[in-house]
Design a protein around this ligand. Structure first.
Ligand code: ARG
Length: 444
């Protein structure tokens, strides 16, 4: 059965060309599609478009399907064009003509929109929570192992001494910011599009706000054409926030793969994060962090796809179907990657002696120039004077490194990390995340 069948024969090649892998992708959207279908049917009854008997039979049948989905027994087949067709076909098998009434007053266009928004709401809340958890892990690292001193680098050249806490808290703050970006993107997905139908409303006075309320949306899209036109654009904003989190993971993975080389040996990766070589018995390769680094590219590729696919005139176009694949792919990659971050942070072993030995006399130069300038010498002259008598790059700075850390006391600097302020920001975020996150869903 095709929902749009008008008795004209269809070509199998063309059908599979248009359906693509919707049967696989829509499997992730099924729980959301069913939930929205129930709300739609109840709404139809409230405005007198279905009687209560029809409503109850359809809602019960949808609930049976929900159970089948949860137990893995409802699988969209390749013959079903998409998840929407599979649901309607199952309702018709179960209820006959009553099942067909579910589609009154809606289009697959607003059906896929609402399922996608419900999925995005869950996914973004979960990713925001994982990002917050990563921030928490780095805060713990800063408070437990943070006193160790290590060079800070610019251009991969030793620059100024810092502490391990200073390095770790950069990731804490980064993951807090990313979590906020994910929550902000989530507000765009938190409006109900149902009732937009094909993009121009429908000649039934639908209870759009009641349906939105039942689905837990904070608001409703007002303009049906904007609902349709937002498809792909909301996904771009969502994936931009996901990209932000992944770009932080990419830097982290870079830092760790670099600082764990024999040349640095500042940090040892947890054994479970390394693999061996098939030929070189001596190797312990950082494969896991390398794959975590590549996750950002997958999200970035998906973003590029979404941006070009959604470059369309207003209204629905079938191109938009192709926004589902990159969206789901990127979300899954980010979830798998972010889940590993706390495990990684908790199990790093730092070689404090190696780190300290790398803090050499030459990298106290900036402090020395600032000290002279404070004493009244113009900074440019102080700079030149210090440059002419640099400390040795071979001699460890010793106690002078501690003094350098302690002297840098403006807010956030290594001598005054602002750890309480950051902890307060993170705790506030965690409170907001608790109220945003719904029941755990494994379908996306
Ligand atoms: N699979 C389609 C999609 O994801 C469902 C909507 C089909 N609508 C249409 N007018 N052909 O976009």
């Amino acid at each position: 059965m095709k929902l749009w069948d008008k008795g004209v024969a269809t070509d199998a090649d063309i059908l599979s060309y248009t359906a693509r892998d919707d049967h696989r992708l829509d499997q992730a959207l099924l729980p959301y599609d069913l939930k929205a279908s129930k709300a739609h049917v109840r709404g139809l009854c409230r405005v007198g478009a279905l009687d209560t008997g029809e409503r109850d039979r359809i809602v019960e049948a949808l609930e049976r399907l929900e159970k089948e989905v949860a137990e893995g027994r409802f699988v969209i087949s390749e013959d079903d064009e998409d998840g929407h067709t599979a649901i309607e076909a199952a309702l018709v098998r179960d209820l006959g003509d009553t099942g067909k009434r579910v589609h009154l007053g809606r289009s697959r266009n607003d059906q896929v929109l609402v399922a996608t928004r419900l999925m995005l709401r869950d996914a973004l809340a979960e990713l925001a929570t994982l990002s917050g958890g990563s921030a928490r892990a780095f805060l713990k690292l800063a408070t437990t192992k943070g006193d160790a001193i290590v060079p800070g680098y610019t251009h991969l050249q030793r620059a100024v001494p810092q502490t391990l806490a200073h390095w770790a808290l950069a990731y804490t703050e980064g993951f807090v910011d990313a979590s906020r970006a994910l929550l902000s993107a989530r507000t765009l997905a938190d409006k109900s599009p149902l009732g937009a139908a094909a993009g121009y409303g429908v000649n039934i006075p639908l209870d759009r706000e009641g349906v939105a309320h039942e689905l837990g949306f904070s608001d409703v899209d007002l303009n049906p054409l904007w609902s349709q036109t937002s498809r792909g654009l909301n996904e771009v904003i969502a994936l931009t926030a996901v990209w932000q989190a992944m770009a932080i993971v990419r830097r982290l993975a870079w830092d760790l793969s670099l600082f764990s080389t024999s040349e640095f040996r500042f940090v040892k990766l947890p054994d479970s994060f390394t693999t061996g070589s098939s030929i070189m018995p001596n190797k312990r390769n950082p494969d896991v962090v390398e794959l975590m680094r590549a996750a950002c590219s997958i999200v970035q590729g998906a973003l590029a796809e979404l941006m070009t696919i959604s470059a369309l005139p207003s209204g629905y176009h079938r191109d938009l179907q192709l926004t589902k694949g990159p969206t789901l792919r990127a979300l899954a990659e980010a979830k798998a990657t972010l889940r590993l971050v706390p495990k990684l942070a908790d199990n790093l072993t730092f070689d404090e002696a190696r780190m300290k030995a790398a803090v050499t006399r030459d990298i106290l130069a900036t402090d020395a120039a600032v000290d002279l300038a404070r004493a009244g010498i113009p900074f440019r002259d102080a700079y030149k004077r210090v440059a002419a008598q640099l400390g040795s790059p071979d001699e460890p700075a010793g106690e002078a490194a501690n003094a350098s850390i302690k002297a840098r006391t403006s807010l956030g600097a290594p001598g005054n990390l602002g750890i309480d302020r950051l902890e307060a920001r993170l705790s506030q975020l965690e409170l907001e995340l608790d109220s945003a996150i719904g029941p755990p869903h494994s379908s996306w």
